[in-house]
Design a binder for this molecule. Structure first.
Ligand SMILES: [Zn+2]
Length: 260
């Protein structure tokens, strides 16, 4: 590979890039905070992937991680997305998905392969056309894969993340965030006026067949008595039992006939 993969921007990516321009001032606050505290800021960074067929997809799934792990040099090598101040992570997202860069990426690849069995494994890049992948926290100060980014940054970036989701209007949103971000994501309305309904509580653990369990917080957002978005917060795929893939596929498929 090595070549640029994304030389164009699709219409939905364009809409999200507009959110970054309008709400980008939030991450200016991240920058000034880090300058004041002497912290080395990496970011803000864009989403990793928004497929060109996402809006037409029957499941419309967004996969969400906590934050990125780029170091300063890596960030500075990346160009900006559409005149925004956000670095364009789309090429890296594609590469990490195709190479199963970490358990997070491998898990997303396994879920999408099972969700779209008609797509052969030689057509892996086509799976990316149907899904979206992003992070809650756009700015990061952590190193050594320990999440030490100050909460203040997450609070700022969170507003941008919410706008991103409002632009995407997913039918399914899956947080691979463990429990660390629950208090943040609990507050998010994603623009819906009706409060979400918890199907399982935040503290719920789903029993799976190997006598393991998975954190499994399932909530639903409705508007005008119609289901709009199903929300799942589960554990991070790193170190997760392999059944997490099948459980998530089952969860996504379950209500597809209700979501029109
Ligand atoms: Zn930020």
């Amino acid at each position: 590979m090595g070549q640029d993969i994304h030389t164009e921007i699709n219409s939905i990516e364009q809409r999200v890039a507009e959110c970054y321009k309008v709400k980008g001032y939030r991450c200016e606050l991240c920058k000034s905070y880090c300058r004041e505290k002497g912290l080395q800021l990496r970011g803000p960074l864009s989403f990793f992937n928004i497929g060109k067929d996402f809006e037409r997809d029957q499941y419309k799934v967004v996969f969400v991680g906590k934050t990125h792990w780029y170091n300063k040099d890596q960030v500075e090598e990346i160009g900006f997305l559409e005149q925004s101040r956000f670095r364009d992570c789309r090429d890296d997202g594609t590469k990490m998905f195709l190479t199963r860069h970490s358990r997070f990426w491998g898990c997303i690849q396994d879920i999408t392969k099972k969700l779209y069995p008609e797509q052969g494994s030689e057509e892996l890049p086509d799976l990316l056309d149907r899904i979206a992948i992003t992070n809650i926290t756009k700015c990061n100060t952590s190193s050594d894969y320990r999440d030490t980014t100050p909460y203040y940054l997450t609070e700022n970036c969170l507003e941008i993340f919410e706008e991103e989701v409002k632009a995407l209007r997913p039918k399914h949103i899956i947080f691979f965030t463990g429990r660390d971000y629950d208090l943040y994501i609990d507050k998010l309305t994603f623009g819906y006026s009706v409060p979400p309904r918890d199907i399982t509580k935040r503290t719920h653990k789903k029993e799976i067949k190997t006598r393991c369990s998975l954190w499994w917080w399932h909530r639903e957002f409705c508007e005008n008595n119609k289901m709009q978005m199903r929300f799942l917060r589960t554990r991070h795929p790193q170190g997760a039992p392999r059944e997490i893939v099948d459980e998530i596929v089952k969860w996504i498929r379950k209500d597809k006939e209700i979501l029109v």
